[in-house]
Ligand binder design. Structure first.
Ligand SMILES: CC(C)(COP(=O)(O)OP(=O)(O)OC[C@H]1O[C@@H](n2cnc3c(N)ncnc32)[C@H](O)[C@@H]1OP(=O)(O)O)[C@@H](O)C(=O)NCCC(=O)NCCS
Length: 205
C-alpha cells in the first residue's frame, strides 16, 4: 500500500507502508514495516530569459539534448555524424517576429529551454504556442516544469496551443497534471501533423 501526504509546498513527504502478512518471527499478529521516504522538493529559484543571438549555440546544444530525449518517442529523429541532434531552422528564432527562444536558468545554471511562438506561427484564434519545452534531467520531478509554465502564463496571458507526440506519454501526463493543478480547462484533440500523431490542447490563461 502506498500513501502520500500533500505534495504541494516546499517539502513533499511520501510514506510507503509495506505490510508483511506472514510473520516469520512466529508472533500471533503480523508485523508492519513502515518505510518513510522524505523527498525534498525545495522551491527552486529560476529565471526565464530571452536568449540573445550570442546564445544561439547554447540553445542549439540544449536542443540536441532535448531531441535526444524525444528520439525515444520519435524514431525519425536521427543523430548526426558529429554526435549531435540538429534542430531544423533554429536561426528563424532570432530572425522572425513571432518566434522567441527562452533559456531557463535555475540555481544560477542552465536548466532548460522554451521555444515560444505567436502569430503568424500559431493557429488562427490562438495567441501563443509552446513549441518546445525542456527541463534538464537532473532537475526533473521537482515541480520546476510546472512552476516555469505558471510564470510564463502570468507573463503572457492569452489563448494557448500546445501539442505532444501521442507516443510521448510522460509529456502528456505532465501537461495534464499542469492543467489540473493550475485549474486550466482545455480542449483536447488527436491530430496528424506531417504524418505524425499528436495530441493537442487549446486553453486560455
Ligand atoms: C516533461 C518535462 C518538461 C517535465 O518537467 P519537470 O520539471 O520534471 O515537471 P514537474 O516536476 O513540474 O512535474 C509536474 C507533474 O507532472 C507529472 N510528470 C512530470 N514528469 C512526468 C513523467 N515523466 N511521467 C509522468 N508524469 C510526469 C507529475 O504528475 C508531476 O508531479 P509529481 O512529480 O508531483 O508527480 C521534462 O520531463 C522534460 O523536459 N522532458 C523531456 C522533453 C519533453 O518531453 N518535453 C515536453 C514536450 S511536449
Amino acid at each position: 500500500m502506498i500513501s502520500s501526504f500533500p505534495k504541494e509546498g516546499p517539502l513533499r513527504f511520501h510514506a510507503l507502508v509495506a505490510l508483511r502478512p506472514i510473520d516469520k518471527s512466529g508472533l500471533a499478529y503480523p508485523r508492519f514495516h513502515y518505510i518513510l521516504k522524505l523527498t525534498m522538493r525545495a522551491d527552486i529559484n529560476f529565471e526565464i530569459l530571452e536568449a540573445q543571438s550570442a546564445e544561439k549555440k547554447t540553445i542549439e546544444n540544449l536542443l540536441s539534448l532535448y531531441l535526444h530525449d524525444m528520439s525515444q518517442f520519435a524514431p525519425f529523429l536521427k543523430i548526426g555524424s558529429d554526435g549531435r541532434f540538429r534542430y531544423q531552422n533554429i536561426d528563424l528564432y532570432w530572425e522572425n517576429h513571432g518566434l522567441t527562444p527562452f533559456l531557463i536558468k535555475a540555481e544560477n545554471r542552465l536548466a532548460g529551454l522554451i521555444l515560444f511562438n505567436s502569430s503568424p506561427y500559431v493557429p488562427d484564434e490562438i495567441d501563443y504556442g509552446i513549441h518546445e519545452f525542456f527541463i534538464l534531467a537532473r532537475l526533473r520531478r521537482r515541480g520546476l516544469g510546472k512552476a516555469v509554465l505558471k510564470r510564463l502564463f502570468g507573463m503572457f496571458p492569452g489563448k494557448y496551443y500546445v501539442a505532444q507526440l501521442t507516443s510521448n506519454q510522460p509529456a502528456i501526463e505532465f501537461w495534464h497534471r499542469v492543467y489540473d493543478s493550475l485549474g486550466i480547462r482545455y480542449d483536447e484533440a488527436e491530430e496528424t501533423e506531417a504524418g505524425v500523431r499528436i495530441l493537442t490542447q487549446r486553453f486560455t490563461v
